[in-house]
Ligand binder design. Structure first.
Ligand code: PEP
Length: 250
């Protein structure tokens, strides 16, 4: 049985001072079937650890550089994140693919590097509005997944979280319908099965992301292949994010 994961991606929001105030008062009632995760900016991670380490809430990063150490000015290694107590790392968010030009191959290196130090990658995949209109959604997502999983063992692939995030739905206020999100999530699971095997396909957790709110999360979680949500804007409001978590616990 797969646990539900509700992950908040703060993107480039919240100073250390703001993050401290947020985490200080943020508490949840532990639920063994639902995990709650914050992915704040790198600089907020020590604050996340300080305030969350004695709770059931997890923290993780929004990005990583896929090398152990060395002359990579401005970058952060998997070991540095692990040392800060991170459990998860978002890999290949569409904003990084689009704004910073990250390729499928580079994202695949990140996924491998994160697994190598014992953290869990959240691999983001999703189509643009144009690709959707042209009927290229499966081709795009299939290629993103095949490249990321290509060199992974079945055990490593089984540990992955894959976030289906249609790019047109992110930050737009228009989420995919639960039925459409389920169609693609089921395609993702079939692709994982073809690339990495049945056990991996059954174990991989698939999240939906793109304008998730406390009003629509319940409907996404009713779908059989959707195991949680990757939440951007709504994770910045403590009350709304808490309400999303509570809906997931119902
Ligand atoms: C995201 O950035 O991963 C995201 C899903 O954003 P939002 O929830 O704001 O659409």
């Amino acid at each position: 049985m797969r646990n539900i994961l509700i992950a908040g991606n703060w993107k480039m929001n919240m100073t250390v001072t703001e993050a401290a105030a947020f985490f200080k008062s943020f508490r949840i009632k532990k639920n063994d079937k639902v995990e709650l995760l914050f992915c704040p900016p790198y600089v907020d991670l020590p604050m996340a650890r300080f305030f969350l380490e004695n709770s059931s809430i997890r923290w993780g990063a929004q990005n990583v550089y896929p090398e152990e150490k060395g002359a990579f000015t401005g970058e952060i290694s998997p070991a540095m994140l692990k040392d800060l107590g991170c459990s998860y790392v978002i890999c290949g968010h569409s904003e990084r693919r689009q704004i910073l030009g990250e390729s499928d191959e580079f994202v695949a290196r990140k996924v491998k590097a994160v697994l190598a130090v014992g953290m869990v990658p959240i691999l983001c995949v999703g189509e643009t509005a144009e690709e959707r209109k042209l009927g290229q959604t499966e081709e795009r997502i299939g290629s993103e997944i095949r490249t990321a999983l290509f060199e992974l063992s079945e055990e490593d692939a089984a540990r992955l979280v894959i976030a289906y995030e249609p790019i047109w739905a992110i930050g737009s206020g228009t989420a995919a319908t639960p039925a459409d999100a389920e169609d693609i999530s089921s395609f993702i699971r079939k692709t994982v099965k073809a690339v990495a095997g049945k056990k991996a396909a059954e174990a991989v957790r698939i999240l939906y992301g793109g304008s998730v709110t406390d009003e629509n999360i319940g409907d996404f979680l009713k779908e059989k292949d959707i195991d949680g949500g990757l939440v951007g804007g709504a994770s910045l409001k403590a009350e709304t994010f808490l309400s999303i978590y509570k809906k997931a616990c119902e």
